[in-house]
Design a protein around this ligand. Structure first.
Ligand code: ZN
Length: 200
Protein backbone atom coordinates (compact mmCIF):
# COMPACT_ATOMS: atom_id res chain seq x y z
CA UNK A 1 0.00 0.00 0.00
CA UNK A 2 1.50 3.31 -1.09
CA UNK A 3 1.25 6.22 1.33
CA UNK A 4 0.66 9.72 -0.05
CA UNK A 5 3.81 11.65 -1.01
CA UNK A 6 3.66 14.22 1.88
CA UNK A 7 3.61 11.39 4.43
CA UNK A 8 6.44 9.60 2.66
CA UNK A 9 8.55 12.78 2.80
CA UNK A 10 7.65 13.35 6.46
CA UNK A 11 8.72 9.80 7.39
CA UNK A 12 11.92 10.14 5.37
CA UNK A 13 12.98 13.24 7.32
CA UNK A 14 11.63 12.41 10.77
CA UNK A 15 12.97 8.85 10.89
CA UNK A 16 16.45 10.40 10.72
CA UNK A 17 15.90 12.19 14.03
CA UNK A 18 17.66 10.89 17.16
CA UNK A 19 15.55 8.25 18.90
CA UNK A 20 12.94 8.09 16.15
CA UNK A 21 12.67 5.24 13.63
CA UNK A 22 10.36 4.80 10.64
CA UNK A 23 7.52 3.36 12.79
CA UNK A 24 7.50 6.29 15.20
CA UNK A 25 7.84 8.69 12.28
CA UNK A 26 4.72 7.40 10.54
CA UNK A 27 2.80 7.51 13.84
CA UNK A 28 3.89 11.13 14.23
CA UNK A 29 2.70 11.87 10.68
CA UNK A 30 -0.76 10.48 11.46
CA UNK A 31 -0.80 12.38 14.74
CA UNK A 32 -0.19 15.68 12.96
CA UNK A 33 -2.81 14.86 10.33
CA UNK A 34 -5.42 14.09 12.99
CA UNK A 35 -4.60 17.16 15.05
CA UNK A 36 -5.32 19.41 12.08
CA UNK A 37 -3.97 22.56 10.54
CA UNK A 38 -3.49 24.72 13.64
CA UNK A 39 -0.84 22.44 15.13
CA UNK A 40 0.73 21.79 11.72
CA UNK A 41 1.20 25.51 11.11
CA UNK A 42 2.43 26.16 14.65
CA UNK A 43 4.99 23.36 14.38
CA UNK A 44 6.15 24.62 10.99
CA UNK A 45 6.62 28.06 12.53
CA UNK A 46 8.57 26.66 15.48
CA UNK A 47 10.88 24.77 13.12
CA UNK A 48 11.41 27.91 11.05
CA UNK A 49 12.28 29.75 14.28
CA UNK A 50 15.20 27.38 14.88
CA UNK A 51 16.92 29.01 11.90
CA UNK A 52 17.63 31.97 14.18
CA UNK A 53 19.62 29.81 16.61
CA UNK A 54 23.36 29.89 15.91
CA UNK A 55 26.38 27.83 16.97
CA UNK A 56 29.00 29.58 19.12
CA UNK A 57 32.32 29.75 17.28
CA UNK A 58 34.29 29.27 20.47
CA UNK A 59 32.57 26.46 22.40
CA UNK A 60 30.06 25.21 19.79
CA UNK A 61 27.09 25.61 22.13
CA UNK A 62 24.00 27.30 20.73
CA UNK A 63 22.89 30.88 21.15
CA UNK A 64 20.52 33.44 19.79
CA UNK A 65 21.29 37.05 19.10
CA UNK A 66 24.12 39.21 17.82
CA UNK A 67 27.83 38.41 17.71
CA UNK A 68 29.79 35.18 17.34
CA UNK A 69 29.70 33.96 20.93
CA UNK A 70 27.17 32.24 23.20
CA UNK A 71 26.09 33.76 26.53
CA UNK A 72 28.66 31.69 28.46
CA UNK A 73 31.65 32.58 26.25
CA UNK A 74 30.58 36.23 26.20
CA UNK A 75 30.35 36.37 30.02
CA UNK A 76 33.57 37.88 31.45
CA UNK A 77 32.78 36.41 34.89
CA UNK A 78 33.25 32.85 33.65
CA UNK A 79 36.66 31.42 34.54
CA UNK A 80 38.80 31.17 31.39
CA UNK A 81 41.39 28.94 33.02
CA UNK A 82 38.91 26.13 33.64
CA UNK A 83 37.41 24.34 30.65
CA UNK A 84 35.02 21.39 30.58
CA UNK A 85 34.90 19.25 27.45
CA UNK A 86 31.37 17.85 27.11
CA UNK A 87 29.85 15.68 24.42
CA UNK A 88 26.46 17.20 23.90
CA UNK A 89 24.63 20.47 24.39
CA UNK A 90 22.28 18.62 26.76
CA UNK A 91 25.25 17.63 28.97
CA UNK A 92 26.26 21.29 29.13
CA UNK A 93 22.73 22.27 30.13
CA UNK A 94 22.71 19.68 32.94
CA UNK A 95 26.05 20.93 34.28
CA UNK A 96 24.77 24.50 34.12
CA UNK A 97 21.63 23.52 36.03
CA UNK A 98 23.79 22.00 38.79
CA UNK A 99 25.16 25.57 39.32
CA UNK A 100 28.61 24.54 40.44
CA UNK A 101 30.80 24.84 37.39
CA UNK A 102 32.13 28.36 36.84
CA UNK A 103 34.40 27.80 33.83
CA UNK A 104 34.03 27.56 30.06
CA UNK A 105 33.07 24.66 27.81
CA UNK A 106 33.87 22.88 24.60
CA UNK A 107 31.01 20.86 23.09
CA UNK A 108 32.95 18.20 21.21
CA UNK A 109 30.04 16.10 19.87
CA UNK A 110 28.56 12.67 20.59
CA UNK A 111 31.44 10.19 21.04
CA UNK A 112 29.30 7.07 21.14
CA UNK A 113 28.35 7.15 17.49
CA UNK A 114 31.49 5.85 15.84
CA UNK A 115 33.99 5.09 18.60
CA UNK A 116 36.57 7.38 16.97
CA UNK A 117 36.91 11.13 16.65
CA UNK A 118 35.29 12.28 13.43
CA UNK A 119 36.44 15.24 11.32
CA UNK A 120 34.11 17.73 12.99
CA UNK A 121 35.20 16.62 16.49
CA UNK A 122 38.86 16.96 15.52
CA UNK A 123 38.19 20.46 14.23
CA UNK A 124 36.52 21.43 17.49
CA UNK A 125 39.46 20.19 19.57
CA UNK A 126 41.78 22.01 17.19
CA UNK A 127 39.83 25.20 17.71
CA UNK A 128 40.07 24.84 21.50
CA UNK A 129 43.84 24.39 21.26
CA UNK A 130 44.14 27.43 19.00
CA UNK A 131 42.06 29.51 21.42
CA UNK A 132 44.23 28.49 24.40
CA UNK A 133 47.38 29.14 22.39
CA UNK A 134 46.36 32.50 20.99
CA UNK A 135 44.27 34.03 23.75
CA UNK A 136 44.95 32.23 27.01
CA UNK A 137 48.72 32.20 27.19
CA UNK A 138 49.22 28.67 25.85
CA UNK A 139 48.04 26.85 28.95
CA UNK A 140 44.97 26.86 31.17
CA UNK A 141 44.81 25.75 34.78
CA UNK A 142 42.55 22.76 34.27
CA UNK A 143 40.64 20.93 31.57
CA UNK A 144 37.89 18.59 32.77
CA UNK A 145 37.04 15.78 30.38
CA UNK A 146 33.34 15.61 31.19
CA UNK A 147 32.31 12.90 28.75
CA UNK A 148 29.75 10.24 29.58
CA UNK A 149 31.36 7.30 31.38
CA UNK A 150 30.72 4.49 28.91
CA UNK A 151 33.23 1.78 28.12
CA UNK A 152 33.13 2.79 24.45
CA UNK A 153 33.91 6.44 25.14
CA UNK A 154 36.66 5.68 27.68
CA UNK A 155 39.29 5.18 25.02
CA UNK A 156 38.35 8.41 23.23
CA UNK A 157 38.33 10.23 26.54
CA UNK A 158 41.96 9.23 27.14
CA UNK A 159 42.77 10.20 23.58
CA UNK A 160 41.28 13.65 24.11
CA UNK A 161 43.10 13.93 27.44
CA UNK A 162 46.38 13.13 25.73
CA UNK A 163 45.78 15.65 22.95
CA UNK A 164 44.95 18.41 25.39
CA UNK A 165 47.67 17.62 27.90
CA UNK A 166 50.14 20.23 26.62
CA UNK A 167 47.44 22.88 26.98
CA UNK A 168 46.56 22.50 30.66
CA UNK A 169 48.44 22.21 33.93
CA UNK A 170 45.98 19.54 34.97
CA UNK A 171 43.62 17.23 33.09
CA UNK A 172 40.82 15.71 35.16
CA UNK A 173 37.94 13.37 34.47
CA UNK A 174 34.38 13.87 35.55
CA UNK A 175 32.35 10.78 36.02
CA UNK A 176 32.94 9.47 39.50
CA UNK A 177 29.49 9.06 40.95
CA UNK A 178 27.91 8.76 37.54
CA UNK A 179 27.43 5.06 36.81
CA UNK A 180 29.19 3.57 33.76
CA UNK A 181 26.83 3.85 30.82
CA UNK A 182 25.01 6.62 32.69
CA UNK A 183 24.52 9.96 31.05
CA UNK A 184 25.51 13.35 32.44
CA UNK A 185 22.38 14.60 30.74
CA UNK A 186 20.14 12.48 33.00
CA UNK A 187 22.12 12.72 36.26
CA UNK A 188 20.43 14.73 39.00
CA UNK A 189 21.97 18.01 40.13
CA UNK A 190 23.28 16.64 43.42
CA UNK A 191 25.10 13.79 41.63
CA UNK A 192 26.64 16.27 39.20
CA UNK A 193 27.82 18.60 41.96
CA UNK A 194 29.33 15.57 43.69
CA UNK A 195 31.01 14.40 40.46
CA UNK A 196 32.47 17.89 39.99
CA UNK A 197 33.77 18.04 43.54
CA UNK A 198 35.34 14.60 43.35
CA UNK A 199 36.83 14.93 39.87
CA UNK A 200 40.32 13.66 39.43
ZN1 ZN B 1 30.33 29.59 23.54
Amino acid sequence: MKVPEPIRRFVEIFSELPGIGPRQAIRLAFYFIHRGQALQSETAGILAGLRGVKICKQCFFIYQGAGDLCDICADPRRDKSLIAVVEKETDLLSLENAKKFTGRYLVVGDLKKSGVLDTEQRLRLQSLKAWIKESLGGKVREIIIAVNPATSSDLIASLIAQELKPFAEKITRLGRGIPTGGEIEFADEETLREALTRRG
